[in-house]
Write a protein that binds this ligand. Sequence first.
Ligand SMILES: NC(=O)c1ccc[n+]([C@@H]2O[C@H](COP(=O)([O-])OP(=O)(O)OC[C@H]3O[C@@H](n4cnc5c(N)ncnc54)[C@H](OP(=O)(O)O)[C@@H]3O)[C@@H](O)[C@H]2O)c1
Length: 288
Amino acid sequence: MPRIDLKEQPICITGASSGIGAATARACARAGMPVMLGARRVDRLEKLANEIRSAGGRAEFRACDVTDPHSCLELVEECDRAFGSIYAVFANAGYGFVKPFHETTDEELRAIFETNFWGTTNIIRPALDHMLPAKRGHILICSSCLGRFSVPFSGHYCATKAAQLHMGTAMRHELHPLGIHVSTVHPIGTKTEFFEVSESIGGREDPVVKKVPSLFMQPPERVAMAVVRCLHRPKGEIWTSLTIRALAAGITLCPGAGDWALRRRLAMKGGGNSGDQHEASIDREAGR
Ligand SMILES: NC(=O)c1ccc[n+]([C@@H]2O[C@H](COP(=O)([O-])OP(=O)(O)OC[C@H]3O[C@@H](n4cnc5c(N)ncnc54)[C@H](OP(=O)(O)O)[C@@H]3O)[C@@H](O)[C@H]2O)c1
């Protein structure tokens, strides 16, 4: 497939007020795309839009809460008014938190699905209303490497990321004959505000993240560059770490070995006293 010229192809990005969304907005603007920025913290969006404009790019912004379908519709409509019909959408807004399943309330579980899963569908639907008649477009969904495998204390988060991945994969097949690309994005640990937010919502540190070697923590710009490469040459899945991609494949192939390796890495042993030790070690890690 020939390289797609992104100049003057508008993109709408949710969760653009920080981290991966903000870095991707900068990278898309550098590639010549007019960017429509959405998130709840408008002061951050305004600052980013001004920065992009000062660098010669085109950017507009609008307050958007992705849990509200009408708010998402307005973001897409604003993109249409400002730049012409939307070419791409990056459903990126999301958050995590850390809690064992048995302590997680239904409200907490529903809330994370409202943002991570429903927030994704809420922004994709109005964008598709423009893409389908135009028979062109690109939908990108920020899942995670944790869409492919799960880790303890983040089952709720991993479930939302798996839901995004599976919905995105099905959409890719459905929309391919209609001229629309669909890609899922699978970042590994990325140095953003994600972990701060996660700690403040869950009220505890993430014991798993603390065990992740710094080698597997990346800057958000790395994801942003991969997203722009994918916009130029569409592909189904965006991975920024071959090692973690191979690990995910290994866990799928040999789930028993995956469980063993994960427990070993986290020093978690099952049964009797070792179970208590595990609880104690997690409490220590979480500062409880
Ligand atoms: N950081 C990682 O290690 C990592 C790894 C894999 C995947 N991811 C995924 O990457 C995506 C971006 O996360 P990040 O790492 O860049 O974290 P971040 O810096 O905390 O950014 C999260 C963004 O989502 C927005 N957001 C949250 N709830 C929202 C809502 N209801 N409506 C609109 N916007 C909302 C936030 O904006 P406002 O608060 O201003 O609304 C913020 O801009 C998420 O989907 C996350 O799951 C992150």
